[in-house]
Every structure is written in structure tokens, then in C-alpha cells.
Design a binder for this molecule. Structure first.
Ligand SMILES: [Zn+2]
Ligand SMILES: [Zn+2]
Length: 224
């Protein structure tokens, strides 16, 4: 399968996941598993759909141009042993998680430089899966850029490693906003991350800045 086909399928899968999580959140199945009851009227209507459309177009364009344009600089034509591929997944996602952590903590929260930009996303105090799209385009640009830089530093990586990285990148932010915790393994692992991010939306002053794992917050003492 070509990289472009895989990316298209993964992006479609993230859309399906988002829809499924929204349906589950609003159905009886999630009674007792909802982290909060949604009561934020800000993220509806024209304003929301406009922002969601801008971000979808911008991130898809950046991902296709950035990844396909770099070709073998990111994805090796030669296969690697499975353990090397797993290591590459950990390295790219780990690096991205730390880069994102610092950008989120300092650029968006502790320094004033991009706080107004990030406040757009924080206007959703009680987010659900769809609110992962409610981000200022500058923030979307920085997020995709950090992924491309992480791939550039670690790459070229095995094609299967790239597949896992791309799935994690396109799906984790949706899961972080799903506001669902089913308390059953392995769903509770994602539930834990969703709880942490939900807490982050509570206030611009609490921690939980990382997006893939709680590790950067644990190391720097900002896990709330
Ligand atoms: Zn934030
Ligand atoms: Zn968020």
C-alpha cells in the first residue's frame, strides 16, 4: 500500500472514531462512563464548523505535503527488524510528546506569547471528541510542524513504524477529548488520558500538557 493511501485510510479512520465517540457519548451506553456532562454552548454553530474546516484542511495539506514531499528522508525503503521498528515508534512519539509538552506549557500557557491563540481551544471547558478540531490554525500548524521535525530527527524509519506513528498522531488527540472513561482494561488506559486532558480544560492554570503519554508531565512535575 502506498504512503498516500495509508494516510488517507488513517485520516478516514480518525473521522469514524470521532463520530463513534460522539455517538457513544450521547447514548445510554456511556451512562456512568462520562467524565462530565457537556454543557458548553460555545462550541456549536457556524463558528465551530468554520474553525473545524480550516483545521482539517490545513492539517491534511501539511501532512500530505510534508510527509510525501520528504519521501525516503522520513520512510526507509528498506525494512527493519520488528524491534527496531518498535524503537523508532517510541522515539518519534516520545520526541513529539516532549516537543509538544514544551510548546503547550510555555508558548500557550506560561508565557503570554501565544496564550490568546490557545485560549480558542480552551473556550471549550467541557470538551468532547469533536472539540479536538476546535483549535486556532496557528496551533494546528505548530502541532503538525513538531511531528514533521520529530520524523526528520529520527528518520528514515521503517514503513510499519511510520504507520503506527501516523495512527497515534491522528487518533490520540480525539481520544484525549472524548470525555469517556469505561473503567475496563484496556479502555481505562485511554480513559485515564481523557481524564487528564479534561482536567486540563478546567483551567489555563492546571498541568497535564502532554498529548501522547503522561510521561513529560510526570518528569516535570505537572501531572495534575
Ligand atoms: Zn492548554
Ligand atoms: Zn484540548
Amino acid at each position: 500500500m502506498s504512503t498516500a493511501t495509508f494516510m488517507t485510510l488513517a485520516l478516514l479512520s480518525s473521522g469514524v472514531l470521532m463520530t463513534a465517540l460522539m455517538v457513544i457519548y450521547h447514548s445510554k451506553i456511556s451512562k456512568g462512563a462520562r467524565i462530565h456532562e457537556r454543557k458548553n454552548p460555545l462550541l456549536t454553530g457556524k463558528r465551530f464548523y468554520k474553525m473545524a474546516a480550516y483545521n482539517t484542511v490545513l492539517s491534511i495539506a501539511m501532512l500530505y505535503v510534508g510527509i510525501l514531499g520528504m519521501g525516503e528522508r522520513y520512510i526507509s525503503p528498506d525494512p527493519s527488524p520488528w524491534w527496531v521498528a518498535m524503537l523508532q515508534v517510541g522515539l518519534v512519539l516520545g520526541l513529539y510528546d516532549f516537543f509538544y509538552y514544551f510548546a503547550h506549557r510555555y508558548l500557550y500557557h506560561e508565557w503570554t506569547i501565544l496564550r490568546k491563540v490557545h485560549a480558542v481551544h480552551h473556550s471549550g471547558k467541557y470538551p468532547t471528541a469533536v472539540d479536538s478540531l476546535y483549535i486556532h490554525p496557528i496551533e494546528t500548524f505548530i502541532g503538525v510542524f513538531l511531528l514533521l521535525v520529530s520524523l526528520w530527527i529520527v528518520g528514515p524509519i521503517d514503513v510499519s513504524a511510520f504507520h503506527w506513528v501516523f495512527i497515534a498522531y491522528t487518533h490520540m488527540n480525539i481520544i484525549n477529548h472524548c470525555a469517556l472513561d469505561f473503567h475496563v482494561f484496556p479502555l481505562n488506559v485511554f480513559g485515564f488520558l481523557a481524564r487528564k486532558h479534561d482536567r486540563h480544560h478546567d483551567s489555563m492554570k492546571v498541568g497535564n500538557y502532554a498529548t501522547i503519554s503522561p510521561l513529560p508531565d510526570l518528569i516535570f512535575g505537572t501531572l495534575d
